[in-house]
Write a protein that binds this ligand. Structure first.
Ligand code: SF4
Length: 386
């Protein structure tokens, strides 16, 4: 079969299949560019089933670009809580402000302007322009590269920029006149439902007949991909500090610095198990671990704690780090320290840039703070057991 014929076959059969099999997803019900944009940002590294309730709540809370641009950052992070990769939420809000200021609140139908929005890379720009505005732009992500690698038997490393560029050119050729919106969504849908990473469902695939990867028996081994580096382990010790006196029933949380990993989110105070080698500390016995926790918290932030007993272990994986966290129930060390900690729980405008902010909270207060998942789990385990 000629290449051009193989391409035509792919596009027409894929579109036909999509018409009959597309899922009813909330962002597909309108061609609202804002909805498409929010959904595409949420879908990065997150499954559709997980995204749907987040998407619905987010759109209800921030129905327009302006409402997102004008919202307190804390509210945006709270709405994102549990989805992870919080820089996506921050970038989204930053970009909403750009859209409001530079484009009067209308998402631009223009490649350069969309591409200039914070957090919008080539894939998201292509998705917005094609899905919302029906522009013939490719939207090539890992899913799409998998499908194309298999169907056209492309044995190039998909981690390479040159492979992506090749695939983008290919998609431009494949998009039928005036069908960019449906075609790109069809390609994504095939990758999500049929041409799945493991055990692709070739027998129900609408383009099986001319899929070169399958004809060569290579559907399972494609796409070619150099292995991503494993996240590096980091061992951490956390203090679950129980309040006393007026703070009885509460736990002390702190806010993270305003830049870097999980910026401005809330958490339990925690430290590296070993300052010199973050990947060490797994086998630290309980006594030395508690000494290290107390010593590092007093040195690093003037927080004097008395760890009492091991409470639980928890884990959290970021793209580049894997936290292994041992949590110790603790008390503040003495009345003076308690006083200091109480003072520091009220917002002080003269606070030094890098000085931590703290709060005593009960379980019902958790709603008002954005936490990384690992701390929601720890705090709920604690409050549920008391
Ligand atoms: S036939 Fe199999 S490998 Fe080829 S595109 Fe369809 S699901 Fe993927």
């Amino acid at each position: 079969m000629q290449k051009s014929e193989q391409k035509r076959y792919f596009s027409s059969h894929l579109l036909e299949w999509y018409e009959q099999n597309k899922r009813d997803l909330p962002w597909r019900r309108h061609r609202n560019p804002y909805y498409i944009w929010v959904s595409e940002i949420m879908l990065q590294q997150t499954r559709v089933d997980t995204v749907i309730p987040y998407f619905n709540r987010f759109i209800e809370r921030f129905p327009t670009v302006e409402s997102l641009a004008d919202a307190p950052e804390e509210d945006v992070l709270k709405s994102w809580e549990g989805l992870g990769y919080y820089s996506r939420a921050r970038n989204l809000q930053h970009a909403a402000k750009q859209v409001k200021e530079l484009h009067g609140g209308q998402i631009p139908n223009d490649r350069e302007a969309v591409f200039a929005l914070k957090g919008v890379g080539p894939y998201t720009a292509g998705a917005i322009l094609s899905i919302a505005f029906n522009r013939s732009e490719p939207a090539v992500d890992g899913n799409v590269m998998r499908v194309l690698s298999r169907y056209f038997l492309i044995e190039e490393d998909i981690m390479k920029g040159s492979t992506r560029a090749h695939m983008e050119d290919l998609v431009r050729e494949l998009i039928p006149e005036g069908r960019a919106s449906d075609f790109n969504q069809a390609l994504m849908e095939l990758g999500a439902l049929v041409c799945t990473p493991k055990s692709p469902h070739c027998l129900t695939c609408p383009v099986m007949e001319h899929c070169e990867g399958r004809l060569e028996g290579k559907e399972e081994s494609l796409p070619m991909k150099t292995k991503a580096k494993k996240p590096r382990p980091e061992y951490r010790l956390a203090a679950l500090i129980e309040g006393e006196g007026v703070n009885k029933g509460r736990v002390l949380i702190r806010q993270r610095p305003s830049s870097g990993l999980l910026a401005r989110m809330w958490e339990l105070p925690h430290v590296l198990a070993s300052a010199s080698s973050p990947d060490q500390g797994a086998a630290l016995p309980e006594g030395p671990a508690m000494d290290r926790l107390a010593g590092a918290l007093s040195e690093e932030e003037g927080l004097y704690v008395r760890p009492i007993m091991h409470f639980m272990d928890a884990e959290h994986t970021f793209s580049h780090i894997h936290w292994n966290m041992r949590v110790f129930k603790s008390k503040l060390q003495d009345a003076a320290a308690a006083f200091v900690a109480e003072q520091r729980t009220s917002y002080d405008s003269n606070r030094e840039e890098d000085e931590r902010e703290y709060r005593w909270i009960r379980q019902e207060d958790m709603e008002g703070y954005a936490f990384p998942n690992v701390f929601i789990k720890i705090l709920n385990s604690y409050f549920d057991s008391h």
